[in-house]
Design a protein around this ligand. Structure first.
Ligand code: GYE
Length: 313
């Protein structure tokens, strides 16, 4: 009897001790529109598991209203921290104020938010999207000596990744009088929509040549590759293909000669996001507002080797 009491007292202590240290984090993800996004979600889940974090994952299916609902439910559940990968930039202030009132730190990952009060979030982990657009624009201008009629597949309207990638790219081509965007439409970051929009572009061109497709992500670029092939043209040769992300499928397309260049954006942002939360819990309440990640341009030359590395990850 005595022994039994001792054991049960110990297990009670063990349970409460482990509860006291388990951090609960709510994560509102954009959706699963692209291979890049899926890798990102998987990476965050794996990182949480490894750190013993109880992760509450919510897929917003590309709708901000779903994100706002998810964040409110995280607040109601009393999570220790919230991570948001926002669909669009605007409309975040009210719900962020609610989180602040509940003293729950919010970490923004990937796309940005547009708020005038930066005390509403702890930090943001992301790359510089303008820089990505600039890098790929420079690669294309180099390749074509600045002579290029470009078709642009834009990302989701209102998303930082679409706005800033376009800004960076346009700033570069503005220096080349013979380079211009002749067609531009959103393909919503998905392969299916990228293909559909590209089909429309080719029809509208009515046989007039295009020099390049500039897609705001690999997934839409891959859709465009399909559309170009179906139209009897050779993507990667007749029409150059450039984009951003660096997903395995796109490396495969580059290795096959169907695509030309991409800027890699690492989806491994869970680690730095959890580090920021951990630091907050340990007392570091004021953190730098942007932890930036960077990525380089990849081309056909190294694509086969890079594909091998990535497909096994
Ligand atoms: O490029 C795309 C995704 O926000 C940077 O969203 C991200 C973009 C990424 O669906 O593949």
């Amino acid at each position: 009897m005595k022994n039994f009491k001792l054991v049960s007292a110990f297990s009670l202590w063990a349970v409460s001790a482990s509860c006291a240290f388990a951090t609960t984090v709510g994560f509102s993800q954009v959706g699963s529109e692209s291979g890049w996004r899926t890798s990102f979600s998987e990476a965050v889940k794996a990182e949480a598991k490894q750190r013993g974090i109880d992760l509450k994952f919510a897929d917003a299916q590309q709708k901000q209203e779903n994100q706002i609902k998810a964040v409110r439910s995280f607040i109601a559940q009393g999570v220790d921290a919230i991570i948001i990968a926002p669909v669009v930039e605007t409309g975040w202030k009210p719900v962020l104020k609610e989180a602040k009132r509940a003293r729950i730190p919010v970490v923004i990952v990937d796309r940005n938010i547009n708020v005038d009060d930066d005390s509403l979030y702890l930090t943001r982990i992301a790359t510089d999207f303008t820089e990505e657009g600039r890098k790929i624009g420079e690669w294309l201008m180099d390749k074509t000596q600045g002579n290029c009629d470009i078709a642009e597949l834009q990302g989701t309207v209102g998303a930082t990744a679409a706005i800033d990638r376009a800004t960076g790219f346009n700033a570069v081509i503005a220096n080349y009088p013979n380079a211009k965007i002749v067609r531009s439409q959103t393909g919503e970051f998905t392969r299916a929509k990228g293909k559909e929009v590209m089909e429309g572009f080719l029809k509208a061109q009515n046989g007039q040549a295009l020099c390049a497709v500039w897609a705001h992500n690999d997934e839409m670029a891959l859709g465009a590759v399909q559309a170009i092939k179906e139209a009897g043209l050779k993507p990667g040769k007749d029409i150059l293909i450039v984009s951003v992300d660096g997903v395995p499928d796109y490396f495969k397309a580059m290795a096959d000669g169907d695509a030309n260049a991409t800027v890699e954006y690492s989806p491994h942002m869970g680690g730095p996001a959890f580090d920021a939360i951990d630091a907050f819990i340990k007392g570091n309440k004021e953190q730098s507002k942007w932890v930036s990640t960077t990525g380089e341009v990849f081309t056909q030359e190294t694509a086969a080797a890079e594909y091998e590395k990535r497909r096994l990850r």
